[in-house]
Write a protein that binds this ligand. Structure first.
Ligand code: SF4
Length: 377
């Protein structure tokens, strides 16, 4: 499996908790970026033409900020340059309230077949507290537009551990999402990153986050409510209806190849038999200049060998509730899992994992994943 990730680093406004690479820019800068992105797509297509592309993900930032014609040009360039499978999963991230019927119809026309909405909460009070610019009714309207445009594979991101969020506010959000019968829900706990306005507010005491016990209760509530609504937890933070798992994200957790294009995009590919990671320039200026000079805009390249590659495979694979096949580990690294990790695994309490033909963590193990990885790796 190979995935393509396309980064669109623009937002209408910067949310207070966000440390993603996204900028507030005008239409001139966005158009210049789209032109450079298309050049990079063509250059990368020359290198990776032999790969069958199973998934495409337009992420950000806010990819739906682009004009429908710009998205269509990007999709055309991708199809011209890469071998995209007919049944490829093609996702675009959307902000509630930022997509109308015209945009959604354009997405459908260029083969986009999955939408991922950043709802975060059904409480307008909380959305305001984290400086999101949409309301819950924007989300409802966007989902209605999306369904009318023929989309059935839709994800909603929700967040818990928000400043002053109550358990009942989270329960209402989960119930509201379940009622909409979406294919997929991602439930993330808020991570407060340094150098964000939210971090400063927390440091000066003007906001407070739920305590550790409440946050754990919230995490448990997400799992309980989503599972009883027919979603299967298949990754630490991701839940899907049957066969509706996000195929693109599974590529990351399965340590399959992905090619990242655009500012700050990351790639991981087999290069002459060596697992290799790339990272693009994160500044739009550096990115555009490199592409204009006819160079791939790569700022860092790293080869992963032996134990480093094995540890990364285990770390990512254990995020999935199904873990990974021990035979897959052996095929990939020509070494048995037990030979490398067997001794360290003895330090981990047996009730936290299962090891038969697969190696995976139990529910309690997933809650203690960081501690287990410290013992194991
Ligand atoms: S919309 Fe998403 S990417 Fe943009 S600022 Fe908000 S959290 Fe960050």
């Amino acid at each position: 499996m190979t995935g393509l990730y396309i980064h669109i680093p623009f937002c209408v406004h910067k949310c207070s908790y966000c440390d993603f690479v996204s900028y507030v820019c005008d239409q001139t800068v966005r158009e210049e970026y789209v032109q450079s992105l298309i050049c990079e797509i063509r250059m990368a297509g020359e290198i990776y033409r032999d790969r069958a592309i199973n998934t495409v993900f337009l992420g950000g930032g806010t990819p739906c900020i682009l004009l429908p014609a710009q998205t269509k040009r990007i999709m055309c360039a991708l199809r011209d340059s890469f071998n995209i499978c007919v049944d490829a999963e093609i996702t675009v991230e959307c902000n509630p309230g930022a997509v109308d019927s015209e945009k959604l119809n354009a997405y459908s026309e260029c083969g986009i077949n999955r939408l991922s909405f950043g709802l975060q909460s059904a409480s307008d009070r909380l959305l305001k507290a984290i400086s999101r610019i949409h309301t819950f009714s924007d989300f409802i309207q966007s989902i209605e537009h999306a369904k009318r445009a023929g989309f059935s594979n839709i994800n909603a991101d929700i967040m818990y551990g928000l400043p002053s969020q109550s358990i009942s506010e989270l329960a209402e959000t989960i119930s509201a999402v379940c009622e909409m019968r979406l294919a997929h829900v991602s439930a993330y706990s808020l991570i407060v990153e340094e150098n964000t306005p939210l971090y400063s507010s927390l440091m000066c005491g003007s906001i407070a986050l739920p305590d550790e016990d409440t946050e754990y209760e919230m995490h448990t509530l997400c799992q309980k409510k989503l599972e009883s609504a027919g979603y299967r937890r298949y990754e630490i933070s991701n839940y899907a209806k049957q066969d509706m798992e996000c195929r693109h994200n599974l590529i990351y957790w399965n340590s399959d190849e992905y090619i990242g294009l655009g500012a700050n995009a990351h790639s991981a590919v087999w290069e002459r038999g060596v697992w290799t990671r790339y990272e693009n320039f994160s500044s739009i200026g550096d990115y555009v200049s490199a592409v204009r000079e006819g160079r791939l805009p790569i700022v860092r390249r790293e080869h992963l060998w032996g134990y480093d590659a094995q540890a990364e495979y285990v770390m990512l694979g254990l995020r999935k509730t199904d873990g990974f096949l021990l035979s897959d580990f052996e095929d990939r690294f020509s070494e048995k899992f037990d030979t490398v990790f067997g001794e360290r695994l003895e330090r981990v309490e047996k009730s936290l994992y299962v090891k038969n033909e697969r190696f995976y963590l139990t529910d309690r193990g997933l809650d203690l994943q960081n501690m287990i990885l410290c013992e194991l790796l």
